[in-house]
Write a protein that binds this ligand. Structure first.
Ligand SMILES: Nc1ncnc2c1ncn2[C@@H]1O[C@H](COP(=O)(O)OP(=O)(O)OP(=O)(O)O)[C@@H](O)[C@H]1O
Ligand SMILES: [Mg+2]
Length: 272
């Protein structure tokens, strides 16, 4: 059941990472976080990076997002090298913690990126209202984040990134802080948006169930230094239902298969 897909032609690759390494210097000590990581993500593909805590997942995502400079290696988006410190057009980032501004209403938070882009007020209003509807927040546009539940805040944060219509979405455990049921509800929200918009998604998680529910392919990272241990194709039909998929025998089968390999890395990371 290992990687079964045929290799796509290079022009289909939206994200192409090769020989990526990162060593941090921390108080005079070198910490090798990522070692020789290479992978590609096809246009419209949903890929999960799965691995234990400290395995370099966020570091890889941050390098692709140009927030961290690689020690060595190459990152191409649509065939063009990314430049550390310079945002790449059409790339959106959803962070682990919701990053809403508490002093702005939900609508103002969602509209922030559009405002920065100089989108005229009337169009902004229309796009914000479409996003509020998609996220089931149409009655909360004028509310402040403090009046929302954790799941609602996370939906608003997701929309804040999606409203500018990025074609590449980098997501770092965006639902990590949510309880199981709210998380599954968010999976359905994301699946419906992705089915419609077909963004290319790179989704970091340490939650195997989440990776199986969402992704076309799972890239499993080893314990630090993060290296690609294995890749798995996730062959559930689409559209997927985030609740029902967990009840299928195939889900149980894949879960058990990957869990063993992930478990080995959890154990290694604990003993370090
Ligand atoms: N800015 C930094 N300075 C020094 N070390 C860092 C820095 N950022 C990350 N590291 C180290 O790099 C390693 C990988 O960290 P990273 O955050 O990428 O892991 P992760 O897989 O995202 O873990 P988690 O699942 O806990 O979020 C860790 O050992 C971490 O301490
Ligand atoms: Mg992380």
């Amino acid at each position: 059941m290992h990687e079964a897909r045929s290799v796509a032609s290079p022009e289909m690759q939206r994200i192409d990472v090769s020989g990526l390494c990162k060593t941090f210097q921390l108080a005079g000590t070198a910490i090798e976080a990522v070692r020789d990581v290479s992978f590609s993500v096809r246009r419209g593909e949903f890929v999960a990076l799965l691995g234990p805590s400290g395995s370099g997942k966020s570091t890889v995502l941050n390098m692709i997002a140009t927030l961290v400079k690689p020690t060595s290696g190459r990152i191409l988006i649509d065939g063009t090298p990314v430049v550390p410190g310079h945002a790449t057009p059409n790339v959106g980032y959803v962070f682990q913690r919701d990053t809403l501004f508490p002093w702005r209403t939900v609508a103002e938070n969602i509209g922030y990126g559009l405002q920065l882009m100089g989108v005229p007020a009337a169009e902004r209003k229309e796009r914000i209202s479409a996003c509020l509807k998609q996220a089931g927040l149409q009655d909360f546009g004028n509310a402040y984040p403090s009046a929302l539940s954790g799941g609602m805040r996370q939906r608003a944060a997701l929309m804040r990134t999606l409203v500018v219509e990025p074609q590449v979405l980098l997501m770092d455990e965006p639902f990590g802080a949510l309880d199981t049921h709210t998380k599954i509800e968010m999976h359905d929200v994301l699946l419906r948006i992705w089915e419609r918009e077909q963004q290319t998604v790179l989704f970091v998680t340490h939650d195997l169930g989440e990776a199986l529910t969402l992704a076309d392919r799972i890239i499993l990272f080893s314990a630090r230094p993060g290296q690609i241990k294995e890749s798995f194709a996730v062959d559930f039909a689409r559209p997927r239902n985030a609740v029902k998929i967990r009840e299928t025998p195939r889900y149980a089968e894949l879960f058990q298969f990957i869990w063993h390999s992930l478990g080995e890395e959890f154990m290694k990371s604990r003993s370090r």
